[in-house]
Design a protein around this ligand. Sequence first.
Ligand code: GAR
Length: 221
Amino acid sequence: MTALLNLGVLISGSGSNLQSIIDHIEKGKLKAEIKIVISSNPEALGVKKAKNHSVPVAVLDSGKFASREEFDSEMARILKEKKVNLVILAGFMRILTPGFLKSFPGRIMNIHPALLPSFPGLHGQKQAFEYGVKFSGCTVHFVDEGVDTGPIIIQGVVPCYDDDTEDSLSQRILKEEHRIYPQAIQLFAEGRLQIEGRKVRVTHAGEKSIPEIHNPPLFGF
Ligand code: GAR
């Protein structure tokens, strides 16, 4: 039997992506084990979610560290101690330092609530909603030195309707996040992701059968 992929999941907030990863592991669809959840926020709801499933948690209160470098080097120490092979940012609201990135080259993933490279940074859903796009979605990508600029692994597209609110659009995006993130991690676990410059090649990615989509729909054109 091949060894399970060891995950370290970094969170700051409600932890719904963490929950989805836990659920997929418990269902046996995602062949991984969460070795540690690290929260940058003692009050994060995600901390409770991890504990409910007996997943080990470390809370690092950023206020207690003299610098970002110190915070990140403590995170790296914990993740190495737990023999983590892949670091998962799941609503982790801090920019990682270059030192941390060097500790896990090609082994850090993030999920962003927009179709990158559009609407990077904070509040991707709100930015897309206010811009008036007809489609938005979410993106899982490897993390590099930039903000949401790393090579893209998978994207999920959702429509934006005229009667949407920022909240209804955000909910639709979040549902999609919960599907694509576990799959991206499983692809990594299976060794099917190759980073080639800006691009991520996915081996055996399935049929190229996705139709063009339009919103509003075409009527006879
Ligand atoms: C998710 O929508 C995630 O895409 C976003 O924060 C939310 C966390 O939700 N991440 C970012 O905006 C990162 N720039 P969760 O804590 O319920 O998983």
